[in-house]
Design a protein around this ligand. Sequence first.
Ligand code: SF4
Length: 230
Amino acid sequence: MSRSLKVSEVFESIQGEGASAGQPAVFLRLATCNLHCSWCDTKYTWDFNNHVYEDEVTTRTVDDVRRQIEAATARRLVVTGGEPLMQQAAVAELLGELPEDFVVEVETNGTLAPNQELARRVDQWNVSPKLSHSGNRQGLRLRPRALSALAATERAWLKLVVADERDVLEAEQLIEVLAWPKARVQFMAQARTQSELLARAPFVRAAAEARGLGVSPRLHVERWDGRRGT
Ligand code: SF4
């Protein structure tokens, strides 16, 4: 029998962030997260004190979700959340049944190691460990073993959300401790709105360039002001 997934939303758009920004993709946004970032832009996936679970989350079989994904025009799947690895057994089942021509990306906060099936099938890991400004305790947000397992796939990118000089210094230390290859590291401005993005992007770009790192755009914020389902 097919497993089930707690789904927040499925939609087609373009990948707005990271190494494949600009590519058309079908997004599977899964509910629940093991972190509670103060500036999270998808609180509707986990903050059920302020969002109604029954309105936000649908429990669906893997088969049902797979059919919807296969019917999409795009052949790039971005599994996001929330934290999708909280449902990794069902995600692995879904990916195992998906046609091989699908390129698969997973967005993760880097706190959970992927199982072997996932580690093999996922083409690109977009790993975004959280810094202290997220408001999560260090022991919860930084899990070295999970980060090492993701790094070992050699298909993982670090995407570090930064807002100011303090964040940049903290991010720089983390990159060093993890010995993550610089060619697969990007800074991304903390921004939920176009005005926040406009204000922070120049600083973030300069900080990244000065350290030989990449910069991730936030195309969905640029184009749609971070509107949900875009
Ligand atoms: S890890 Fe991601 S989804 Fe979870 S609270 Fe933080 S920003 Fe939101």
